[in-house]
Design a protein around this ligand. Structure first.
Ligand code: HEC
Length: 142
């Protein structure tokens, strides 16, 4: 019985440590993917003849990775990561920046669907504007 009780206490602790690590890993992977997908989208939009099908696929992936990031900052999950603890003190501001990035990806996707270069560029730029400013405030330097 003693053993059983101990398990009841230990299990939720294990579960939450595990889910925090999973969140850190999944957001880092998502950000890595976002970085190379943004580069890819820039190259595609730079080309004289835009490959719309390819751009559509890239922007769909950006939206998917953006969704992962949106849900991968559980409270206090700064350990073993470059996320600064102040994220959760300024959650409203941080969340606003995440959704600005997300809105940009949505606009890029809309521009890709309608083959509207200007709209697609506008979305991509709006998203790319958020990278540096968020990192400056909320990502540690090591
Ligand atoms: C809302 C804030 C925010 C925005 C917007 C943001 N990032 Fe980040 N980014 C972070 C934080 C915080 C980390 C550190 C995550 C960690 O270590 O757990 C990070 C980490 C990264 C990493 C490193 C992943 C790793 O393995 O350590 C890359 C690459 C990256 N971001 C690229 C981008 C790009 C490209 C954009 C813009 C399109 C962007 N980020 C937008 C907050 C942001």
């Amino acid at each position: 019985m003693v053993k059983f009780t101990r398990w009841l206490i230990a299990l939720p602790l294990l579960a939450s440590a595990h889910s925090v690590n999973t969140a850190v890993e999944s957001r880092q992977n998502a950000f890595e993917a976002i970085e190379s997908l943004v580069d890819e989208a820039e190259d595609l939009l730079d080309a004289r003849e835009i490959k719309w099908q390819k751009l559509l696929a890239v922007s769909a992936q950006l939206n998917a990775q953006g969704d992962i990031v949106l849900n991968a900052f559980p409270k206090g999950s700064h350990q073993n990561s470059r996320a600064k603890p102040r994220i959760w003190e300024k959650w409203g501001h941080f969340e606003g920046m995440m959704s600005q990035m997300d809105q940009g990806f949505k606009l890029l996707h809309k521009g890709s669907t309608t083959q509207n270069t200007r709209l697609a560029l506008q979305g991509l730029e709006a998203a790319a504007d958020t990278c540096r400013s968020c990192h400056r405030s909320y990502r540690s330097f090591w």
